[in-house]
Design a binder for this molecule. Structure first.
Ligand SMILES: Nc1nc2c(c(=O)[nH]1)N[C@H]1C(S)=C(S)[C@@H](COP(=O)(O)O)O[C@H]1N2
Ligand SMILES: [Mo]
Length: 431
């Protein structure tokens, strides 16, 4: 009679345990790679000082699924904050299902019945309006603009010292073809009366009561003298489709060139004001130092000597989207470097590439021009001649002559980041 072979059992047993351990670690690695948005840390090449800035391209967080959305990076669930992963920026238009989401208040619409929904235009006007979606579509000429929607706090996780607020990576931005009615046409139809100063915008979302609590309603206003008014749309289409619920169905404001804080979603009220808006979100929130680039220091803020003004246009920015540093590049191989650029101040006319950490720059090929307020893609072929670590960088210039600086910015809100971006790349031997 043969004896059971204890060593076989033992081996099998060990293999099982060992396999389990490998699977466990493998899975963990995969999870953390996903959480880190699959890209490698950016080396602290220049600029990052102090502990703990987010070294990854995107925010650090788990992937999450919401209705009408692909898996996106979650920063919070109440209110909903989800960021677009890096690969979706390879194209000039960001797919609706991959578009980032930001709300301020807990109670957001998750269904809107168009037979009940109305857009009200009121306040200091001759003829208050109550418009259905059919009125918007049929009674006013449609206009389309390609426009970048970027959160004021995009890239806030880079700030040193860190500032409170959602720790966005670079993905709280997106570009879409927005179609709708010109705000001007609506104001003309209602007839703005003399003595009017501002227009206030309000959506369907609300926070916890009481009603006079600043956290009950998110409202923003624009001065009637602001030239942005003329190009502002009430958009009911995004990339040729109805807006996703989370991006403001059935209609939202689009203020091309300005940060998205003004782009009120699920719009239901347009109110013409005769006095400056005193509501929290217009008067107190989203303000930046009245200094070059909105730059200041924690000390100056503490001393209370910093004049704050409402945030406005988006400074020029550009990004390397691919390669993302997750794999080595063989020496001598010609690889395509691809990315996007934009500026709220005007069209991008140049995107320059550097493979030596910003010492020497060379022009790249710009993609189709979809208008002043759109992402513009850029690409260039790069053939690394030596093995080793490279710090790739990109720098954009807009038609007003604004060029990205190589310094970060600091302000208490964590706004206006537009430092030159880098991507660490390792080139290996191809022999
Ligand atoms: N009604 C409403 N509109 C809003 C907000 C909000 O909280 N409520 N947040 C604003 C801010 S700060 C940003 S960054 C954008 C985000 O737009 P998105 O979710 O479509 O990407 O919506 C803006 N419009
Ligand atoms: Mo925002």
């Amino acid at each position: 009679m043969k004896e059971e072979k204890p060593e076989t059992l033992t081996r099998r047993f060990l293999l099982k345990i060992f396999g389990g351990v490998v699977a466990y670690f493998g899975l963990n690695k995969l999870n953390s790679a996903l959480a880190q948005n699959t890209s490698q840390p950016v080396q602290p090449l220049s600029g990052f000082t102090g502990p703990d800035p987010n070294p990854y391209w995107g925010a650090v967080g788990p992937f999450v699924l919401y209705p009408q959305k692909l898996p996106l990076i979650q920063l919070a669930d109440r209110p909903v904050l989800i960021e677009t992963p890096r690969p979706y920026f390879l194209t000039p238009f960001t797919p609706n299902a991959a578009f980032y989401v930001r709300w301020h208040l807990d109670n957001i619409p998750n269904a809107v019945n168009l037979s009940e929904w109305r857009l009200f235009v009121g306040g200091n006007v001759e003829k208050p309006l109550s418009l259905s979606m059919s009125d918007l579509i049929n009674k006013f000429p449609p206009t389309t603009v390609a426009a970048v929607n970027q959160c004021s706090g995009n890239s806030r996780s880079r700030f040193q010292p860190r500032v409170p607020g959602a720790q966005w990576g670079n993905g709280s931005m997106g570009n879409a073809l927005m179609t709708g009615v010109r705000l001007k046409d609506l104001l003309d139809a209602a007839g703005v009366k003399s003595g009017s100063l501002q227009v206030q915008f309000e959506g369907l979302d609300c926070g916890r009561g009481p009603k006079d609590n600043p956290s009950y309603k998110y409202k923003k206003s624009l001065n009637l003298t602001d030239s942005a008014i003329d190009k502002t749309l009430v958009a009911y289409e995004m990339n040729g489709e109805p807006l996703p619920m989370l991006n403001g169905f059935p209609a939202r404001l689009v203020v091309p060139g300005k940060f998205a804080t003004y782009w009120i979603k699920a719009l239901t009220w347009i109110r013409v004001l005769t006095e400056p808006d005193t509501n929290f979100w217009t008067k107190k929130a989203y303000r930046v130092p009245n200094t070059p680039r909105g730059n200041t220091t924690p000390d100056d803020v503490k001393e209370g000597c910093v004049e704050m003004v409402p945030i406005g246009m988006m400074p020029v920015r550009s990004f390397i989207i691919s390669p993302d540093g997750s794999g080595k590049i063989p020496m001598g191989m010609a690889v395509m470097i691809r990315g996007i650029a934009f500026s709220g101040y005007g069209r991008v006319i140049k995107a320059e590439f550097s493979d030596d950490n910003g010492k020497k720059w060379q022009d790249t090929k710009l993609g189709t021009d979809y208008g002043k307020y759109s992402f513009r893609t850029w690409e260039t072929v790069w053939t690394p001649k030596n093995t080793g670590n490279y710090a790739l960088a990109v720098r954009a210039t807009d038609e007003k002559g604004n060029i990205q600086p190589d310094e970060g910015v600091w302000n208490p809100g964590g706004y206006l980041w537009n430092k030159i971006e880098r991507q660490e790349i390792i080139v290996g031997d191809s022999k």
